[in-house]
Design a protein. Structure first.
Length: 317
């Protein structure tokens, strides 16, 4: 690892201490625990029901929840290590960074495919199950994980090759620092992966929603101001916005990192708020919005609770 990177991580740690940004550890823990309590419950409901496991939308939801769980655990690990000023091996930091970015990208790809799946179900209702059977959905999910992991693993390999002392310990572990140093040597590759990929997903989502409105506008579901279609569309639009905003902020962070006229304190503030708040909000909302609004999941959850309620008195007796 170069001396420049070691000095930068030390300066970053000093800025965290000077501005007392360790206090962001509290909302991170609260939001993460609230999400980690809800996501496994929904996953259990999906995998215990044979009917839910056969539907594409629930498989996509399960993949989103799984990616969010992985992201939250690793993100919380990084925040805790940075807050307690733990020295982390550079190789371990790079591995955590690669898996974290992979989980984040997989969630973005999955929510994009969820919108496409909704459009396909509405646009071709009779052929929908032939277009997206469970077996094909499984292959799509595997492909999304491979696509999401392709660039982070490439970065991991490049950083490992360029690292002079991989056993060096760093006071701060951040994806921003790793990708920023790679950006110095391969600026085009970083922006293509993050910015162009995010724009393509956003445009695909906008196209599907516009087409959905055009297909369903003659059915009368949009006439009422508080119709279920309007409320659902608004809720999903807000959640999708929350998923995409942290990614665009991260792109801005990469830009600010290369600017010599930007203070280090500003970079630290933007990165801390994005990592501890903005990246967690969509993951905290997703299980309650996607999961509890699906009637089948709610019914499955109630059945599990009632079954456990009936078993508990028998066990006690």
């Amino acid at each position: 690892m170069s001396t420049l990177m070691l000095n930068l991580t030390q300066e970053w740690a000093e800025s965290l201490r000077r501005w007392h940004l360790d206090s962001f550890f509290i909302p991170t823990v609260v939001i993460t625990l609230a999400t980690l309590l809800a996501n496994p419950v929904l996953l259990i409901c999906i995998f215990l029901s044979r009917a839910l496991r056969q539907e594409t939308r629930y498989l996509l939801l399960a993949n989103t929840l799984t990616a969010d769980i992985i992201f939250l655990i690793l993100n919380l690990t990084i925040v805790i290590c940075n807050a307690v000023r733990a020295q982390i091996h550079w190789r371990v930091c790079e591995l955590i960074t690669a898996v974290t970015v992979t989980a984040y990208c997989s969630a973005i790809l999955t929510v994009t495919v969820m919108v496409v799946d909704t459009y396909a179900a509405v646009r071709w209702p009779l052929q929908y199950h032939d277009i997206l059977p469970p077996a094909r959905t499984h292959r799509i999910l595997v492909g999304m994980w491979v696509l999401a992991a392709l660039y982070p693993l490439t970065v991991l390999i490049l950083m490992e090759v360029q690292s002079r002392n991989p056993h060096e310990r760093v006071p701060v572990c951040l994806a921003l620092i790793s990708f920023s140093f790679l950006q110095i040597q391969n600026t085009l590759g970083v922006h293509i992966y993050f910015f162009v990929a995010a724009v393509i997903c956003a445009l695909l989502i906008f196209y599907c929603y516009i087409r959905l409105y055009m297909v369903t506008r003659t059915q009368g579901i949009w006439q009422s101001r508080f119709s279920r279609a309007r409320v659902t569309l608004l809720a999903h639009a807000v959640l999708l916005l929350l998923y995409f905003v942290p990614g665009f902020i991260f792109i801005m962070e990469l830009y600010l990192f290369q600017r010599k006229d930007i203070s280090q304190d500003l970079r630290v503030w933007v990165n801390t708020v994005n990592m501890c708040v903005f990246m967690l909000l969509p993951r905290a909302c997703a299980p309650y919005l996607y999961g509890l609004r699906y009637r089948e999941i709610s019914d499955t959850l109630m059945m599990l609770l009632q079954r456990n309620g009936r078993l508990s008195p028998n066990i006690v007796s």
